[in-house]
Each structure stands twice: as C-alpha cells, then as structure tokens.
Ligand binder design. Structure first.
Ligand code: GLN
Length: 189
C-alpha cells in the first residue's frame, strides 16, 4: 500500500515513521504530481494558513480533487484543511468533510495537553497542540472518538479528521484504523 504524507511543513516525519512501522510504503509529497499514484494521503499538523500559502492555487485545486475522491486522514492542521468551514479566522477549506472547525479553540492557557479520550469506546491517549475544535458535524459525518463531550475524530467514508496528534503517541490504533479502511478490512477492536 502506497501512502503519501503531505510534506510541505509540520510534523510529517512522525507520520512517515508510524505508517512504515505498520508496513505501508510511504511517499513524502512535496509536489502536486506526486499525488497521482497514491492509495491514500495523510495531511499532518502544522499551521493550516501556512499550508494554504505553500500550496498556492494550483496545489490547492489538485489537493482538493484528491481528498474528495481518495482516502485521506488529516490531523490537527490537516483536519482544518479538510473541513468545509473554518473559523477564527475564516479561511478556505478543501471541503472533504462537512464539519465546521474553530482554530486554536482551547486558548493560550492550554496550548498543549495530553488527555485521555475514547476511540470507538476504548480509552486512548490524545496529544493536543494548539488544537482546533470541531464545532459542527454534518449529517453524514460519524464521530469515532471523543474527548469529554467534544468530537475529536470524525469520519465520512474513507475520509478522516482528528484534532489531536496520534503520531505523537505510542499507540498505533489510529493509523492502523486508517490503513484498515483503505484495505477494506474490518478494524479488530
Ligand atoms: N493551530 C494550528 C492551525 O490553526 C494547528 C495546530 C497543529 O496542527 N498542531 O492551523
């Protein structure tokens, strides 16, 4: 399985390592044409506004076509990019998931934190860094993990968005879930 990790900026290398540990072939995507022969894509955390600048109009259009038709997993800034609506401030989203996301929603005091949430009803560690909040979940979007009352990991078909950083925890279940979805195998938990 060939998985791309968008490598323009941010913590793409931790995703590369995790995906390779799980047996995937990983391509660090720096140019739009590298999207062409991938089975799936991870958009990592970083700064979503910077991603938009670095992508430019052409990169944005190519990425939008990809994420709307192929399995994609966005974490943190990547989740922001996948949304249909972005607040604080408003910015363009790729519209792969019908969600509204508020950037930097936890305020300065709790810039970063490690908390325990629930993934498919099992406890799991979640690392939040200047995290966005999913404020609205569209009708076809399923919540697969929560932290307190907040949805923090959502899915529509093979499109996933997490507001935390699973690549920074030792637990491999979240990435495995994405790979299982691509392969159409039933996750075993
Ligand atoms: N605060 C960042 C943004 O708004 C996201 C932070 C992250 O990816 N860790 O894009």
């Amino acid at each position: 399985m060939k998985i791309g990790v968008l490598a323009l900026q941010g913590d793409f290398d931790a995703h590369r390592k995790r995906l390779q540990e799980l047996g995937a072939e990983v391509v660090l995507v720096k140019k739009p044409e590298q999207l062409d022969d991938l089975d799936g894509l991870v958009i990592p955390g970083g700064e979503s506004g910077t991603f938009l600048k670095l992508l430019g109009e052409e990169g944005f259009a190519k990425l939008r076509d990809f994420v709307r038709s192929k399995p994609t997993f966005g974490t943190c800034a990547g989740a922001i990019l996948l949304a249909s609506e972005v607040e604080n401030p408003k910015q363009a989203g790729l519209g792969a998931l019908d969600i509204t996301v508020r950037r930097n929603a936890y305020g300065r005091q709790i810039d970063s934190s490690i908390r325990e949430g629930r993934f498919l009803n099992h406890p799991i560690e979640m690392v939040f860094i200047r995290a966005p909040k999913i404020e609205r979940v569209g009708r076809e979007v399923e919540v697969i993990a929560t932290e307190g009352k907040d949805p923090v990991f959502v899915r529509k078909g093979k499109t996933l968005a997490a507001t935390f950083h699973p690549e920074l925890s030792h637990d491999r279940r979240i990435h495995q879930y994405f790979l299982d979805l691509i392969e159409n195998t039933q996750p075993s938990y």
